[in-house]
Design a protein around this ligand. Sequence first.
Ligand SMILES: [Zn+2]
Length: 271
Amino acid sequence: MPNVADLCDLLDRHFPPDTADSWDSVGLICGDPAATVSRVLFGLDPTIEVIHEAIEVQADLVVTHHPLFLTGVHGVSRDTLGGRVVHEAISHGIALFNAHTNADHANPGVSDALAAALGLVECAPIQLGDTPFTGAGRIGRLPYTQSLSEFAEHVALALPETAGGIRISGDPEKVIDMVAVCGGSGDFLLPLAANLADVYVTSDLKHHRVLDHPRDACALIDASHFATEWPWVLAVASLVASELGSGVSTLVSEVRTDPWTAHNASPGVLA
Ligand SMILES: [Zn+2]
């Protein structure tokens, strides 16, 4: 039976830690590298709810995309959010591991999983990097063209349901052939994506960036951060399952860590 270190090596091969951004935190968060692993739970965020789920399903390792601590901490006392996660995990013999921007830059990585979920073909990085393991976002082609309104419906059905749904900027009749995607916060790639694609699908687009974007250029679809990265969780779970076979069981978290809980579509009143 593999141990935690074996799982870390496997994940590091696919998502090399040295390709992570310099500000990022990736790799083993807590746990004993020598401990054996029979069950792995995959999720997007290492929240306390996900750790409780791991305890319930008797997972030995939790693999997430987002880190538990992005900045340095002095301590992990139990009365802090992160400290509680660490205490619960260690006291139940659960190791935590994450692959963040190294999974964004990998090929296949987070944006490949999003592109695949949307059925794109002939995909390439929007922004090329120095090695095959680096390159942000993906641009690909739809198997057949759709109007923007048809494509938006397709996106909404392909991604997990969230309280905020998806937001669209553009002419509903615009013909969509080339699609650019970036899982997670893709605001930084908008100028590049807009030059290449008919529509850009990402999350966390900023007000001024969208306002200043030419209306007749690339259309925009802004989904929840959680929804655009969720396909990677499914992808990495099946990757580990296919590499380790039946020796280790792999489970995908049922906890939805999208922080938004409701959406009020009331038109309101502009004063
Ligand atoms: Zn993210």
